[in-house]
Ligand binder design. Sequence first.
Ligand SMILES: [Zn+2]
Length: 88
Amino acid sequence: MIKKGGFCVMNDNQLKAVHDDDLKSLLISLGCFESIVQKQCRCIFCDSIIEIDSLGSIVPKDGKIQFTCNRTDCLSKLTDIGEQDESI
Ligand SMILES: [Zn+2]
């Protein structure tokens, strides 16, 4: 489901692939593009600075937009969270 180098949006426990061409416009529409360019966003799991090249997924949570990097570890943790939420 998660392709290496791809982008995903998690919303209501759904993961969607986002094409590279769509990513910039998506980030702009979310108001996050400037923050990422200015290196103000960090991975919610490993706390590394998110850049366009290292962005793994976009996670809408509690009315905020959060990000994970594209490390396999972090992407798999994201999938784990989705599974946990479904069981609650
Ligand atoms: Zn990470």
